[in-house]
Design a protein around this ligand. Structure first.
Ligand SMILES: Cc1cc2nc3c(=O)[nH]c(=O)nc-3n(C[C@H](O)[C@H](O)[C@H](O)COP(=O)(O)O)c2cc1C
Length: 304
């Protein structure tokens, strides 16, 4: 049996397969579809400090090979997560990586500290620096200085918990932001969040989403995400967790070879909830193609 484990800074996972925030609820909903012992970890929906109602409907619309969403971080807040979901997370036979979004830099630090001090249950923490839908909210990861400062402050406040910076692709050069995350002390970056887009109903002369714009995800964005991951990995500054359009074993292997150390399955969970398990089960055979016996032997081996 090949060694499927991967290490991203302080974080070690049994295999590189994660499920992406916002596409897997708070894990309990998916129990009947997913054998948690088979995947590397789960990332629950982003929580904010205070509860949020989210955006006006419609919040999602299907587009060619993908979907647009503008959920607007509908969630019950951090304290509810800790009191209602954390006890269940503690029972799961896989890593749970929390995902938080602060409204301000101070809020990020306070929330990260609260999670780090909540005791067992979180194997790591993904900082959602990149939600495109929060009206009035700042897309922190469009600014390298802000990105670096938030991560540095969270790192100093929580020296032990693995920190992952989730990046937006809605920038001119994502490698500059990834470098800033590395300089701030992140253990890894997740690339990418959704691409801002929109859909209209021309007959009604109306945008389809209540929020007008939304984030594009699914197979449509895979080539874009692949380029982003490949460019960041080439920096050799920080491990990359790929996310964007991964639905099959071939998709996952493309990202590993292009330089991702781990990957997240997102939109595919909505129409194929066991995709992550199937991909994980296929990895050993895919490694045989190279005669490799460790995932790490194929990461970043693209000839380009
Ligand atoms: C309906 C929906 C809700 C999402 N909510 C979140 C979220 O709360 N936090 C977050 O970091 N990313 C969120 N995302 C982004 C995904 O985690 C992922 O980065 C993105 O969809 C690209 O991956 P995919 O093409 O595999 O879906 C959401 C995506 C979708 C489709």
């Amino acid at each position: 049996m090949p060694d499927l484990s991967v290490t991203l800074g302080r974080l070690t996972l049994r295999n590189p397969v994660l499920v992406a925030s916002g596409t897997f609820g708070y894990a309990k909903e998916m129990t009947q579809f997913v054998d948690f012992t088979k995947i590397g970890g789960v990332i629950p929906k982003t929580v904010t400090h205070a509860p949020r109602a989210g955006n006006a409907p419609p919040r999602t619309v299907e587009t060619a090979s993908g979907m647009l969403n503008a959920i607007g971080l509908d969630n019950d807040g951090l304290e509810h997560l800790l009191s209602h979901h954390l006890p269940y997370f503690r029972t799961l036979p896989t890593a749970v990586i929390g995902n938080i979004a602060g409204k301000t830099e101070d809020e990020f630090v306070a929330m990260a500290t609260r999670v780090a001090e909540s005791g067992q249950g979180f194997a790591g923490l993904e900082l959602n620096l990149s939600c495109p839908n929060v009206s009035g909210g700042l897309d922190f990861a469009t600014d390298p200085e802000v990105t670096k400062r938030i991560i540095r402050r969270c790192r100093d406040a929580c020296p032990n918990i693995p920190l992952i910076a989730k990046l937006t692709p809605n920038v001119t050069d994502i490698t500059i932001i990834a470098k800033a995350a590395a300089d701030g002390g992140a253990d890894a970056v997740s690339a990418v969040n959704t691409f801002v887009g929109m859909a209209v109903d021309w007959r009604r002369r109306k945008p389809i989403l209540g929020n007008v714009t939304g984030g594009l995800s699914g197979p449509a964005i895979k080539p874009l995400a692949l380029r982003a991951v490949w460019r960041i990995a080439k920096l050799k500054a920080i491990p990359v967790i790929a996310v964007g359009g991964i639905a099959t074993l071939d998709d996952a292997m493309d990202f590993l070879v292009a330089g991702a150390t781990a990957f997240q399955v997102g939109t595919a969970n909505f129409y194929d909830p066991s995709a992550s398990v199937r991909i994980a089960e296929g990895l050993p055979e895919a490694l045989l193609v190279f005669g490799a016996d460790r995932i790490m032997d194929v990461v970043g081996t693209l000839n380009a």
